[in-house]
Design a protein around this ligand. Structure first.
Ligand code: ADP
Length: 457
């Protein structure tokens, strides 16, 4: 096992990784920006090194400074968390060349699955259904129009290097396709320094179902069932749950099997996620693979009773998985609510600032993953997540009631949060029946807006 690990991240995920390391008896080195000097991960780590100013490009994305910190701190491995450099194949390759273990898959796997068109092709060759669309990047407006005619509107223009829902445009006709093609390219160039886009059929009212995978370096791959991440705003996840109310045993088996085939075809090692869209008729299609730990990983941890970050670290250290597929069971229901410093009822306007009072919920079946505390100032440079609240229980009904109870206890003063939106979701009768898809939140917000505008009689 490693003796010392550098965590190339910040916020709740840096805290999460430090906790796993501590339980494994590993010393930790935090890196931080000047804006994060008072951050919890800096306080919890055994050692901390400042790597630059607040902007991510000057700190958390500066590969040379992170590698220098690793050398100065004499670490054996780097955990990248999610976001920042977690899916940067170049960074993973530099770690490999410097003999520092990158806690994740091989750089070649990251590179392959990071290009969404290559990933789709890989999935197709592994026998997994994919959304119909272009074979690779679309080179021109004319090619886009030709393809849309073939597959039929509506279509979705997506960035080859995409992530976080950016660089995506829906088109219902030729005019919106030409416009969407150019805006998606511009957005992709800005966000990923790669303007390439591809086109696929827009699946209407789908659910987003993803399968958690773990693979060791000896070639054993297991799945840890699904997460339903259909509750999204602008293609970004808001609430996730396991098991999905939309899957029966047969469908669960078929999706998991397809995910395993994809992971096996790239000899995947580490934690990873295979994402699918499920249409209302029960057809599922691969959309992408995430070659890192995901924000919503605690939902799986609480449902199956395993620590995914510790498993990731053990795998990177060369240990074989200590369990087999048949040992993994869905023991409980689990739901995660992401709490962001945003005003959900004012266009989700970011609400950075100082948290003047902070009291997280607790009690039976509640877990809170957060880096925040009373007096903490949320920097404006990074994402606005304050906390992830995870509720778990023996069934879905109990878990929803528990989450509702927890959110009613959560006190965060000084900034606006998305707690009111989360509570509205939990109280919605259709959500409670398990009937929702990726359009649910937008519909909920539109409905609430309409009701607010109607004069009282
Ligand atoms: P990103 O990597 O930016 O997160 P994904 O490919 O994972 O992009 O897609 C994010 C979300 O966008 C999906 O969960 C889904 O809601 C929506 N989406 C993506 N592809 C399609 C599609 N072909 N049809 C309908 N919705 C889609």
């Amino acid at each position: 096992m490693f003796e010392k690990v550098l965590i190339a991240n910040r916020g709740e995920i840096a805290v999460r990784v430090i906790r796993a390391c501590r339980e494994l008896g590993i010393r930790t080195l935090a890196v931080y920006s000047e804006a994060d000097a008072n951050s919890m991960h800096v306080q919890l780590a055994d050692q901390a090194i400042c790597i630059g100013s607040g902007a991510s490009a000057d700190s958390y994305l500066k590969i040379d400074r992170i590698i220098s910190a690793a050398e100065v701190g004499d670490v054996e491995a780097i955990h990248p968390g999610y976001g920042f450099l977690a899916e940067n194949a170049h960074f993973a390759e530099i770690c490999e060349n410097c003999n520092i273990k990158f806690i994740g898959p091989r750089s070649a796997t990251i590179k392959m699955m990071g290009d969404k068109t290559v990933a789709k092709d890989t999935a197709r060759k592994a026998g997994c259904p994919i959304v119909p669309g272009s074979d690779g990047p679309v080179g021109s407006e004319q090619d886009a129009l030709k393809l849309a005619k073939k597959i039929g509107y509506p279509v979705l223009v997506k960035a080859v290097a995409g992530g976080g829902g950016r660089g995506m445009r829906i088109a219902h006709n030729d005019v919106s396709l030409v416009k969407g093609y150019h805006t998606a390219r511009t957005e992709a160039e800005r966000a990923f320094a790669n303007p390439a886009v591809y086109i696929e059929k827009y699946v209407e009212t789908p659910r987003h179902i993803e399968i958690q995978i773990l693979g060791d370096q000896k070639g054993r791959i297991v799945h840890l069932f699904e997460r339903d991440c259909s509750l999204q705003r602008r293609h970004q996840k808001v609430l996730e749950e396991t098991p999905s109310p939309a899957l029966d045993e047969d469908l669960r088996k078929r999706i998991s099997k397809a995910a395993i085939k994809v992971a096996e075809s790239v000899e995947y090692s580490s934690a990873g996620t295979i994402e699918f869209l499920l249409d209302p008729k029960g057809n599922f299609y691969f959309i992408e693979m995430n070659t890192r730990i995901q924000v919503e990983h605690p939902v799986t941890e609480e449902a199956v009773g395993l620590d995914l970050v510790k498993e990731q670290i053990r795998i990177a250290a060369g240990e074989p998985l200590s369990f087999e597929q048949r040992d993994i069971r869905l023991l409980r229901h689990a739901i995660e609510c992401r709490i962001n410093a945003e005003d959900a009822y004012n266009g989700f306007r970011p609400s950075p600032g100082t948290i003047s009072f902070y009291y997280p919920p607790g009690g039976h079946g509640i877990r809170v993953d957060s880096h925040c505390y009373g007096g903490y100032t949320i920097p404006s440079h990074y994402d606005s997540m304050i906390a992830k609240v995870i509720a778990y229980g023996h069934d879905r009904r109990t878990t929803i009631a528990r989450m509702h109870r927890a959110l009613s206890e959560f006190r965060i003063e000084g900034v606006k949060t998305t707690i009111p939106l989360q509570r509205a979701i939990l109280q919605d009768p259709e959500f409670q029946r398990g009937r929702y898809n990726t359009a649910f939140i937008e519909n909920l917000l539109n409905r609430e807006q309409r009701e607010a505008a109607e004069p009282e009689v």
